[in-house]
Design a protein around this ligand. Structure first.
Ligand code: ATP
Length: 235
């Protein structure tokens, strides 16, 4: 459903992506792994229209969306969830979720999607009247993902959802992503936490200095000595 081919991104003086190609199929969770500065966030931004690529193409469900405006891409069902701390801290949990429905006209559909999120995340349902900023880090991350779900994605782009979270909470966030995927949404998951991401990913890619260097199934990557050495903390 997503095909990235030969993608190049330049910032002033920095060649951040160099001919990256990757695909995400219907129903898949695909992990994009790499160290700080490898170009993972840039990849998501180039797909979702926040950064204009200098070369290559992005095709979503058969349509060339390279360089399209971000809101048009979101409207097509390709949704980029912001990093967890970017929820609205003075709004309630429920109002944060309602904001996810800003492109949706059908109020009953918004209610149905919010109920689905509360079903996946009973902790958020219990806290629906609480201000977003008073949630724990893990709960804020889940709210950010929940809000993206209300937008109605067929493909969800997630940028380091494990960042800053304790291992137990990371496991809960990964479980949520697997549940979302099981309910029919494809996921492109950017993670520095390769171990957590490869537990749920069907396939993955490794990015180094803007270049895709390795790819394979989750199991292949998890047992690849180069991945073990560089991203899984040694043998
Ligand atoms: P991290 O895991 O640290 O977030 P990343 O893999 O997501 O890293 P990117 O944020 O995509 O990496 O950055 C890739 C390269 O592009 C880095 O060298 C970074 O300094 C550079 N870069 C990113 N955004 C900009 C920008 N707005 N202007 C200039 N250079 C940028």
């Amino acid at each position: 459903m997503l095909e990235i081919s030969g993608l190049d991104v330049h910032y002033d003086g920095v060649h951040a992506l160099r001919g990256l190609s990757l695909t995400v199929g219907k129903g898949e969770i695909v992990a994009l792994l790499g160290n700080n500065g490898a170009g993972k966030t840039t990849t998501l931004s180039a797909v979702s229209g926040l950064v204009r690529p200098s070369g290559g193409t992005v095709v979503f469900e058969g349509e060339d969306i390279t360089g399209s405006a971000a809101h048009k891409i979101t409207g097509r069902g390709l949704v980029h969830a912001p990093e967890g701390r970017r929820i609205f801290s003075t709004l309630t949990v429920h109002d944060n979720l309602l904001l996810g429905g800003y492109l949706v006209r059908d109020q009953a559909e918004i209610r149905r999607r919010i109920d689905h999120v509360y079903g996946l995340l009973p902790r958020l349902a219990e806290r629906r009247a609480q201000q977003g900023g008073t949630l724990s880090g893990g709960e804020q991350q889940m709210l950010a993902i929940g809000r993206a779900m209300v937008t109605g994605p067929r493909l969800l782009l997630l940028d380091e959802p494990s960042m800053g979270l304790a291992p137990l909470v990371v496991a809960q966030v990964m479980e949520l992503i697997a549940d979302i995927n099981a309910s029919g949404t494809a996921v492109l998951l950017v993670e520095q936490n390769a171990s957590a991401a490869l537990k749920i990913a069907h396939r993955g890619y490794v990015l180094e200095n803007g270049v895709g260097t390795l790819s394979g199934s989750g199991d292949e990557l998890r047992s690849d000595p180069r991945v073990v050495e560089a991203y899984l903390g040694g043998a």
